[in-house]
Design a protein around this ligand. Structure first.
Ligand SMILES: CC(C)(COP(=O)(O)OP(=O)(O)OC[C@H]1O[C@@H](n2cnc3c(N)ncnc32)[C@H](O)[C@@H]1OP(=O)(O)O)[C@@H](O)C(=O)NCCC(=O)NCCS
Length: 175
């Protein structure tokens, strides 16, 4: 799946090495990582390595996190997408996880929800999965609000790197 997807205000496409500056702006910002364990990057090469890692996921799993471009400005706003999780997480393995991360300039505009809708639909209509999960730090109110708007419901808590995470399942299928 490599055809770009347009929403009302966004363009979603696979991540490219030319996104390295955007990835560095995103992941070097402590505010972005406030609920992600604080693992900020400090060198551009780290962002390039992240991009190579995401591209490897595309090759191995035919899906992964995609770049989100704001159509109006043409700027890299962040990423959003589905990751095939193949390690045990909260008692589950081999499932799709919805994730997203945006540069603060683009927060509060509904972009995470607008992009997330694409992936919820893609998971059920194209991948035909009956399992779609997501996690958010229990204090990450904005992310929790996004997941709820997308139709996810909280289904317990677990610890990731010693931080309490709320486990969300999509209510499309009650399993
Ligand atoms: C979480 C994040 C993706 C949200 O992106 P966004 O584009 O601002 O999200 P949206 O505008 O689509 O929706 C945010 C919702 O959260 C609400 N919200 C924001 N901050 C809030 C807070 N402190 N308390 C309660 N609700 C809050 C907004 O009001 C909005 O809901 P509404 O549309 O019903 O008003 C963005 O803040 C981000 O990238 N954060 C850093 C990375 C991150 O935490 N990623 C998620 C990991 S699980």
């Amino acid at each position: 799946m490599h055809t770009p997807i347009y929403t009302q205000r966004l363009l979603l496409r696979p991540v490219e090495m030319t996104d390295a500056d955007g990835f560095y702006e995103l992941d070097s910002n402590p505010a972005v990582h406030a609920y992600l364990g604080g693992h900020v990057v400090t060198k551009q090469e780290q962002s390039e390595a992240i991009i190579l890692h995401l591209q490897k996921q595309y090759r191995e799993n035919r899906i992964g996190r995609w770049a989100v471009i704001e159509q109006e400005s043409g700027r890299f706003a962040g990423w959003s997408g589905l990751k095939l999780v193949n390690t045990h997480t909260n008692g589950h393995i081999l499932f799709y996880d919805l994730g997203y991360r945006f540069i603060p300039d683009f927060w509060g505009k509904g972009y995470a929800t607008e992009a997330g809708k694409v992936w919820v639909q893609y998971a059920f209509d194209t991948l035909r999965t009956n399992r779609l999960f997501a996690s958010a730090d229990s204090k990450n109110k904005a992310s929790i609000a996004v997941l709820q708007k997308l139709g996810f419901v909280a289904d317990g808590e677990y610890l990731y790197e010693y931080r309490p995470q709320i486990w969300f399942k999509h209510q499309f299928n009650d399993f």
